[in-house]
Ligand binder design. Sequence first.
Ligand code: GTP
Length: 343
Amino acid sequence: MEAIILAGGFGTRLRPLTYTRAKSLLPILNKPMISYLIESLPPEVDRVVLAVNYRKGQIEEYFADHDCGRELIVNDEPTPLGTAGAVKFAEEYLTGRFFVLNADIICSLSLSEMIRFHRNHGAVASISLWPVEHVSEFGVADAQQDGKIVGFVEKPRPEDAPSNLINAGAYLLEPEVLEYIETGRLVSMEKEIFPQIITDTGKFYGFVLQGYWMDIGRISSYLEVHQFLLRKHKFDNYVGEHCKVGGHLHHSCLGNHVTIGKNAQVHSSIIYDNVHVGEGVTLSDCVIGENVRIGQASTLKKVVVGDNEIVHAQTSLEQDVQWTQSIPKEYPKKQIGNPLQSS
Ligand code: GTP
């Protein structure tokens, strides 16, 4: 059985981190986001197709060094084809029923249970669903008692929402779904293909997942997932190898070869590899990219500093982004689209 992992997005909401990296390789507790998903694959999956585009070289390099325990195919789209177009582009590697999984979700979904659910319902398509409190940002499933989905309502007012269940980014599909997807153009699974399958087959089911679910689409959720995993593993902080900590860490994550100067305070922040934080610096809710130098006595609050940047001594920044280098040519000016939170 195959799993297609959608990892071709630009991750524009995570810039400037994604100017230099594939979103699926952004570290979470010093491990690429995509490896959490790979580790959750059930034994039934013996072939993984990575649907990639932007920064595919980095993804290839990572998996050249890290065996995923299964056959791995890196399938490079000539241009981004969208969540369904990428699946159609992987058709030659599919042998039967298959998973489609967003690479940017951290959750407790049991894919083995999802297979059983799909089989028991005789579904053509099953999707994972997650209950949320505030429905109005999302595509909300109109689901019946037995799990059958009869439609989706986009960004409903709370009083108009058919349920509180949103698309959680994991699909289990029968091969006939491929017949619905046109070749060679950008096609959205959520907006174009799912509604047709619901109308034509009536065999579209929602599998509600228990536990936790986080969409790592924005800097705020990227910071939150760290806090969540630190609490889950009962870690005060997570510190990589060869770090020298002169100051104080509070609920933060350090990569390898990080130096924290005397009297520095680091709160709820993520620091990548090979970073120097000067004496007396205060960081709160920050993400600091690789090879960054932060000059002494600087104060940064809710700031993202891209890879290889220098923050001069005594700088004070709040709710800001530091990026002084050029932006990659192919990088889009705005978000192309977000299948989980439809536009
Ligand atoms: P934003 O630009 O911030 O919206 O991020 P994104 O480009 O990653 O888009 P989004 O979060 O909506 O994508 C959800 C998942 O689908 C991510 O794992 C993306 O990598 C993936 N994805 C989105 N568009 C494409 C595409 O055209 N091709 C492929 N292969 N994957 C895609």
